[in-house]
Design a protein around this ligand. Structure first.
Ligand SMILES: [Zn+2]
Length: 190
């Protein structure tokens, strides 16, 4: 693709921190100069179908895939991957492959899971990044600076031992600051 090694920009943050909006802003700069690009999102993240959609109302076409093996740069100079935490450890070698091909790679994802623990492949990608944007949100409880993702199941905070990804459950997520973040059953020292 290119003789030069590529570049990785990771956009991390909690729920409602504007990661997709920031991704679209960054990609729109490439669109201005006519760079070819493709956005991938995981089939687990089924909201919005084949779109990467921000709360600002901006959106771009996305390709839905079920794992890292389906990610290919094709002829695109710029490759973006949304919600990287859903992809598993196989995403890190895939991103390195894209970089070795000289592509510009953008990745968004939750850096912490609902427990406040490093989320899946995200820590590895953040360590490999050439540029890192760590976004914050506003705490839905106290209006402080939110860095964590609160998971609520049936109206109550999700306990430490509930599964990390619960598909189709009666749960929702909201941004919280560390003081308002609740995880019943959290072990001592976490
Ligand atoms: Zn708070």
């Amino acid at each position: 693709m290119s003789e030069n090694y590529g570049r990785l920009h990771v956009i991390a943050g909690c729920m409602s921190s504007g990661k997709t909006g920031e991704l679209i802003r960054l990609l729109s700069r490439h669109a201005v100069i006519g760079d070819t690009m493709v956005i991938f999102k995981h089939s687990v993240d089924s909201r919005d179908g084949c779109k990467a959609r921000s709360r600002l109302g901006t959106e771009m076409e996305a390709r839905v895939v079920s794992g890292p093996a389906e990610i290919t740069g094709d002829d695109c100079r710029v490759v973006a991957i949304e919600e990287a935490q859903f992809f598993g450890d196989g995403l890190a070698p895939k991103v390195r492959e894209l970089l070795a091909e000289g592509r510009e790679v953008y990745v968004t994802g939750l850096n912490q899971d609902f427990r406040g623990e490093p989320f899946g492949v995200m820590p590895a990608l953040m360590a490999l990044a050439d540029e890192l944007s760590l976004l914050t949100a506003i705490c839905q409880r106290c209006h402080g600076v939110a860095t964590r993702t609160q998971r609520v199941v049936d109206g109550a905070p999700a306990s430490w031992d509930s599964p990390t990804v619960l598909v189709g459950g009666a749960d929702y997520y909201e941004a919280r600051c560390p003081d308002c973040h609740e995880v019943p059953g959290k072990p001592e020292g976490y």
